[in-house]
Structure formats: C-alpha cells, structure tokens
Write a protein that binds this ligand. Sequence first.
Ligand SMILES: [Zn+2]
Length: 287
Amino acid sequence: MPERPDLEYVVPILAKELVGVEIRAVVLQKPVVLRVLLPENVERLVVGRKITGAARRAHFVRFGLTGDPPLEMIVSPMLAGRFSIAKTGSKAPRDAAMGFDLDNGQTLFYRDDVQMGKVYILPKDALDSVPGASKIGVDVLDPKAFTLKMFMQLAKSRRDQAKVFLMDKSALDAMGNAYADEVLFEARIHPKTMVRRLGDEEIERLYKAIVNVLGAARKTIADRKPPIDEKIRDFLKVRGRPGEPCVHCGTKLRKAGVHGHDAIYCPECQPDERKSAFVDFRKVKGG
Ligand SMILES: [Zn+2]
C-alpha cells in the first residue's frame, strides 16, 4: 500500500495539480471501489464541481469539492491503490478503477490492481463515517504530538505483539507492513515480541526508530522525485528481502507470520525474546 512516506510525497503534488480544476466527467471502470454515501449517483454529485484541496489524513486522501452543499471525495488506497494524472483521451491504465476528466485537459485516475481500496463520496466533514477513520492515532511525524513520554505511556498500555502495535492506525499514524518491518529492524526488536515485555530502553529505541526511519524515507522519496504512481522501496533494508543477507551482520533475513501479516526480520539482530526467556527459565531451574 502507499505508506505514510509515499503519501507525504504524492498528496502535495495532487494538490498542486488539481486545486481549482473542475470535474467534467466520471468514468467508472471498477464500480466495486466506489462508495457513495449520499442518495444520488456519482456523476450527478461530482460533475461540475471544482476540487478545492487535497490533503492526507492518516492513510486517507481527502479531496474537497465545491458546491452546495460542499462534498468530499475520500480515497482509502489500502493495499495497491495509487493515483496518476494523464492527458484526457489517453488510454486508461490497465489497473484504472475510476477516471475523472478535468477541465484542464487532464484526467485523474484512481488505480487499484486488487480493488481493495475505496473511493467515498460524502458530505464535507463526514470523515467519521468512513470505516477506520473515526479514530486516528498520533501523528508520528509531528514532533510536538509524538513525544517519547506519550509513546512510553501508549506502549505500556498494549497487550499485543510489536508488529501489530506499530500497524494499529488507531494508535499510530501511520505504518503499514513495509515500514513496520523497517522500524523493528532499526530498533533491533523481533516482530513477535510482546510490547508489554519491552523495557524502557527498548521502547525508547523503538520510538527513535519510528522517527528516524519514517523521516529518512520521506526525505529519500522527496529527493528522488518518482512519478506519483510509483512506489520506491529499493532503499528499504529488510522489506521485500527475505533470504538476502542482513546489511549489518550478513545473516539471511527471515519471514514470519504475525497476525495475518508477514514480517521480514534478521534473526541475529532481532533475537526472539520469547526463546531467550525460555532459556533463562531453564537456567534458573537447573540452578
Ligand atoms: Zn542482522
């Protein structure tokens, strides 16, 4: 899915390209992605309206639409959703789910290979009615909100595994599969470690890893300026690299299942605390 660093890059570009343009037509290639939370059809609702802004809120992209009453189009790209902008009349991309012809001669495409993402059309300021949007966690890239003290408190209230905690968007805004793996690698914490077993020093390591990994990724993507429909992941150290040698110690990276997700980690740099706990126990038993 587009993750936080991807959206940080893409959304301002969408805003720059789209603010002030009027929607002339809608082409619905994959109706399964569309959710209209109003009693009218999508064309009636959006054609003739201008885009007033594009902004990120958690893993959602919000487009404001003019009119009376004002509306919003909110996109939840989920696993594979992405945007592209092309000249109107050019061939729609193979994975196009919706196209919006604009009065500046361009078409905005929402593309989604697996069609798990959703495009919601709803009244302005009704974000809460979008599934998963009513509770959004602390913004991990906002140094005023995301402090070590608050993270320490948050972590101590958790009863789940480290990877599950990092991916909980109602707690932290936001990490998906890829960056959760990168953060845990940086913090040298095994993805299955129970958060309540982490000591203060480890929680602090995790905190710093979140700030550093996401901050650095945002900067890397901004510097490399990819096309907005391209996700750059080649600079990641563990994600997408099971079986490859760890950049720190050379051990082969492994893959584990964590609550329905896969996690890539280094068994040497991120030792499984549950196993060492068992060894300690035996040592004690044996005297
Ligand atoms: Zn390693």
